[in-house]
Design a protein around this ligand. Structure first.
Ligand SMILES: NC(=O)c1ccc[n+]([C@@H]2O[C@H](COP(=O)([O-])OP(=O)(O)OC[C@H]3O[C@@H](n4cnc5c(N)ncnc54)[C@H](OP(=O)(O)O)[C@@H]3O)[C@@H](O)[C@H]2O)c1
Length: 191
C-alpha cells in the first residue's frame, strides 16, 4: 500500500467501518450518506456498497462522477435535497450516515429513517437530542478491523482517495484546504 494511503487509512477507515456497522446497512436496503466524497464519506460509500445496499451519496457536482464509479447514486445537496432523495430512493430509506453535520440528522428523521439507523460522526449534540447513534473510530479502532480494511485494499475492493499531498512545511496550506471542506478523499501531510 502506498505510504499516503497507509497514513490516511486508520482514522478515516475505522470511522467509516464503525458508521456502516452502526446502521446495520444490508442487501436490498437504501442508505444515504452525507459528505459522500469526503475523507470519511468516500470510504463509508464503498463499505456500504459492499453490504449490497443501494447507496445515495450527497456531494457537489464535481464529485458525482467518482460516486457513480463506486456504484452510488450521486445527488447534489442544498435546497430540495429531501425531495431528490425520495425520488432517487423510489421507496423507503432504511439508513442514514452523516459525515458532514447539521442539518442531516433532522433530514434523516424527516425522511422516515428510524433514529437507531441514523449515525453521525460529527453532530454529537444532534445525536443526543434525537437519540441517534454517533459511532466513530473509537468503536472500530482495532487490529482486526485494520486487517479487514487492508485486505479489501489489497484485493482492489477499497479505494483510499487521496485529494492532495503536502510537504510538512506546507502544513498551513493543508489546513486551509481542509477548512474548505470540499475534498474528494483525504489530505495527506508527508514528513
Ligand atoms: N467521530 C469520529 O470518530 C470521527 C473520525 C474522523 C472524522 N470525524 C469528523 O468527521 C467530519 C468529516 O471528516 P472528513 O475528513 O470526512 O471531512 P472532509 O473530507 O472535509 O469532507 C467534507 C465533505 O463534506 C462535503 N460537504 C461540504 N459542504 C456540504 C454540505 N453543505 N452538505 C453536505 N456535504 C457537504 C464535501 O463535499 P463536496 O466537496 O462534494 O462539496 C466534502 O466531501 C469532520 O468534522 C471530522 O472531524 C469524526
Amino acid at each position: 500500500m502506498p505510504w499516503e494511503q497507509a497514513g490516511a487509512l486508520f482514522i478515516a477507515g475505522t470511522t467509516a467501518y464503525a458508521a456502516v456497522h452502526a446502521v446495520r446497512a444490508g442487501r436490498g436496503e437504501t442508505v444515504v450518506v452525507s459528505g459522500a466524497a469526503g475523507g470519511v464519506g468516500s470510504l463509508v460509500v464503498q463499505l456500504a456498497r459492499h453490504t449490497g445496499a443501494t447507496v445515495i451519496g450527497l456531494a457537489s457536482e464535481p464529485h458525482h462522477a467518482w460516486l457513480t464509479r463506486q456504484g452510488a447514486i450521486p445527488l447534489t445537496y442544498g435546497e430540495g435535497v429531501g425531495e431528490r432523495i425520495r425520488a432517487a430512493a423510489d421507496g423507503s430509506i432504511d439508513a442514514f450516515i452523516d459525515t458532514f453535520g447539521a442539518p442531516y440528522i433532522e433530514l434523516a428523521l424527516e425522511l422516515g429513517v428510524p433514529s437507531e439507523r441514523v449515525n453521525t460522526i460529527i453532530d454529537f449534540a444532534g445525536a443526543a437530542k434525537h437519540g441517534t447513534k454517533a459511532d466513530g473510530c473509537a468503536e472500530a479502532a482495532s487490529a482486526d478491523v485494520l486487517r479487514e480494511l487492508g485486505t479489501l485494499i489489497a484485493d482492489g475492493d477499497l479505494e483510499i482517495p487521496i485529494a492532495c499531498v503536502y510537504r510538512l512545511d506546507e502544513v498551513r496550506d493543508a489546513f486551509r484546504e481542509l477548512e474548505r471542506r470540499h475534498t474528494n478523499g483525504k489530505i495527506v501531510l508527508r514528513p
